[in-house]
Write a protein that binds this ligand. Structure first.
Ligand code: NDP
Ligand code: BG6
Length: 487
């Protein structure tokens, strides 16, 4: 199915940190793909800004290399690439100094949307916001885009929010959580609120428990320095996992509008019960060999033989509201696990009474929503096992892969493509509001503080496995098991 492309209004986008890893790997390729799709008009400008000394041509050359590496563009002389590169400019400036800002001001066109993407360390957000406003660039339709990590804890998140709020209204601030830009994450809302079938059953009366898994096969790679200060709790649970939890648990918003959706998500976060120490398991991966390749341990990867940072978290989460009280949510995420798989599994309760007798083997229905890879949904339904010999029950999957169902061979748009276009359109639905971020930290902080106070150490788990055994014990205590992690 070919998606409709509606061009966005003319804009100038300034990428502070335009020479950095995120700009090269994600932002520029996403803009290039939207340009090729016809969504970005020829008059738009993309302005990279950083301290390095570069000419416009130098920046275009750097961008061309980034496209070749990350956007799969083989022919850098292709007409489309040249047309895209012609939209690019570069300004040398320091977020903490005054040089270069007048030149940036001169470059920006009047009467159009101005988006300022702060693709720099969060410690520079305040300096940039101050100078953008101080140099009169935040005029008209101005937006500021910031990246995660949005703070390290509640105190730092509040300080970051304040540094932006000093110069921008909340309606101008776009906090990116790239999970919200994923096609299938948005599908969670369509599945829940576009079908009558599920909603009547979507509560603790019918749902036994819900599992949310974000399993990765990759390790910390070249980001060891950042990751070792963050760990899985700050890197994945406080943001991506929390957003998935909100979308699966929230009440239907009155409308599919930014604040209506974000209000409902916030209510979920505020209803989260503080997590007891015995309801969280931390893990750290060990070295392993797979298919003849040796993979280093977490500690080797971060060059700290004494690191106690977790690369895995499993936890039991309870939501104290009318809909969910009594239905636990089990969340787990980790690196160097058996397979790459992000999936939400809604395990329904058993039938109230089996008319087939205790030996028939009654099974619970399970709805699995696969976010990546192989996006789709599976509903396990109970049927009679074929053949004579009495009534024995088995579960069979009603399995739908979205790409097969839609007859779609086109690659799914990257989250950044959708999110950047939403910034230009002024649609904040898929961005985190300041109070949402703060509420998530308020819930996360005591868990992390508890580890520090108690001196907890993560349990080592074999790389390529399903995680620490403590995580199995966590669900087994409630008489449950984790679902298999499969690609
Ligand atoms: P990099 O270190 O690769 O790039 C930082 C950029 O900021 C460079 O362009 C650098 O250029 C510029 N910069 C640094 N100091 C200044 C300054 N004083 N004034 C102006 N520009 C400056 O970082 P990333 O691109 O990886 O990350 C950017 C942000 O995005 C960070 O907050 C990161 O946590 C976040 N993020 C990154 C992801 C990724 O995949 N890389 C994923 C999710 C979030 P120069 O030195 O020339 O000034
Ligand atoms: C990032 C985390 O936000 O999300 C990474 O910092 C993680 O550690 C990544 O690997 C996962 O994103 P995706 O899109 O690959 O599931």
């Amino acid at each position: 199915m070919v998606s409709r492309v509606i061009p966005v209004d003319p804009f100038d986008l300034v990428i502070f940190g335009g020479t950095g890893d995120l700009a090269r790997r994600k932002i520029l390729p996403a803009l290039y793909r939207r340009f090729c799709a016809g969504q970005i008009l020829d008059c738009c400008q993309i302005i990279g800004a950083a301290r390095s000394e570069l000419s416009n041509d130098g920046y275009r050359q750097m961008a061309a290399e980034a496209l070749r590496e990350f956007a799969d563009v083989s022919d850098i002389d292709a007409v489309e690439v040249q047309e895209f590169l012609a939209r690019l400019h570069y300004v040398q400036l320091d977020a903490r100094g005054e040089d270069g800002w007048q030149e940036l001001a001169r470059l920006l066109s009047e009467d159009r949307i101005h988006a300022f993407y702060l693709s720099v360390a969060p410690s520079l957000f305040g300096d940039l916001a101050e100078r953008i406003a101080g140099h009169g660039l935040a005029r008209g339709e101005a937006r500021v885009v910031v990246e995660k990590p949005f703070g390290h804890d509640l105190t730092s998140a509040k300080a970051l929010n304040q540094s932006l709020a000093n110069h921008f209204d909340e309606s101008q601030i776009y906090r990116i959580d790239h999970y919200l830009g994923k096609e299938t994450v948005q599908n969670l809302m369509a599945i829940r609120f576009g079908n009558l079938l599920f909603e009547p059953l979507w509560n603790s009366r019918y749902v036994d428990h819900i599992q949310i898994t974000v399993a990765e096969t990759v390790g910390v790679g070249g980001r060891g320095e950042y990751y070792d200060r963050a760990g899985a709790m700050r890197d994945m649970v406080q943001n991506h996992m929390m957003q998935l939890l909100c979308l699966i648990a929230m009440e239907p918003p009155a409308r599919f509008e930014p604040d209506a959706v974000r209000d409902e998500k916030l209510k979920v976060i505020r209803a989260l019960k503080p997590v007891a120490a015995h309801d969280v398991v931390r893990g750290q991966y060990a070295a392993f060999i797979k298919d003849g390749t040796e993979y280093p341990s977490y500690r080797d990867a971060v060059h700290d033989p004494a690191s106690t940072t977790e690369s895995y978290v499993g936890l039991k989460v309870e939501i104290e509201n009318w809909r969910w009280i009594g239905t636990p949510f089990y969340l787990r995420t980790g690196k160097r696990l058996a397979a790459r798989s992000s999936v939400i599994e809604v395990v329904f309760k058993d039938t109230p009474y089996s008319i087939f007798g205790a030996d028939a083997g009654d099974k619970a229905n399970i709805l699995s929503i696969r976010l990546q890879p192989n996006e789709g949904i599976t509903l396990e339904v109970t049927i009679k096992e074929p053949g004579p010999g009495g009534m024995r029950l088995i579960n069979v999957p009603l399995d739908m892969s979205f790409s097969t169902a839609l007859g779609d061979n086109e690659p799914v748009a990257d989250a950044y493509e959708r999110l950047i276009m939403d910034v230009i359109r002024g649609n904040q639905t898929l961005f985190m509001r300041g109070d949402e971020v703060e509420a998530a930290w308020a819930w996360t902080d005591p868990i992390i503080d508890g580890w520090e106070i108690r001196g907890d150490r993560p349990e080592v788990y074999p790389g390529g496995s399903t995680g620490p055994t403590g995580a199995d014990a966590l669900v087994a205590r409630d008489g449950r098991v984790w679902r298999t992690i499969r690609p």
